[in-house]
Design a protein around this ligand. Sequence first.
Ligand code: NI
Length: 174
Amino acid sequence: MTAKEVLIWPDPNLSKTSMPIEEVDESIRALASELIATMEYEGNSAGIAAPQIGIHKRIFIAHIPPSDNNGNGTNGPEAFINPEFILKEGDLHWEEGCLSIPGERGWVTRSSRVIMRYLDLNGEQQEKEAFDYLAGCFQHEADHLDGKLWIDYQSPLKRNLVRKKMLKLKKQNG
Ligand code: NI
């Protein structure tokens, strides 16, 4: 599978709500492989969501080695389909980055422990408990499916500053 181009904020496609996946078939498994190839091509990233490559379907990939988060990680780069939080508790105040806002970071408050219900690539319903780094990653990626990025939680001043930098970057990249 080949890597796709990652959309850079403020691309309006990043702000659209994605549609639930009705059937987990070969096309969805191919999309998951494309997302993984794109994430790996882009280098150091814990996750990527389908709208970041312009596909408005509710699927994201997370990749957090368990050893990086007290044993609570993913099984390699793992796909999560139609995610839904059935529990959210505690506060996690941390700094996030995103492939769609390269080189920038911002502070966001997430829940520190979540239970997420989702479909796996076989179409089986699963539930996974996540805390700390993995919980934050799940919430960041699920936000993408609702058209939200970490930048949306920042002050107007920071948003404008980052918007200018990204527009300049897009111009340079042609
Ligand atoms: Ni992101």
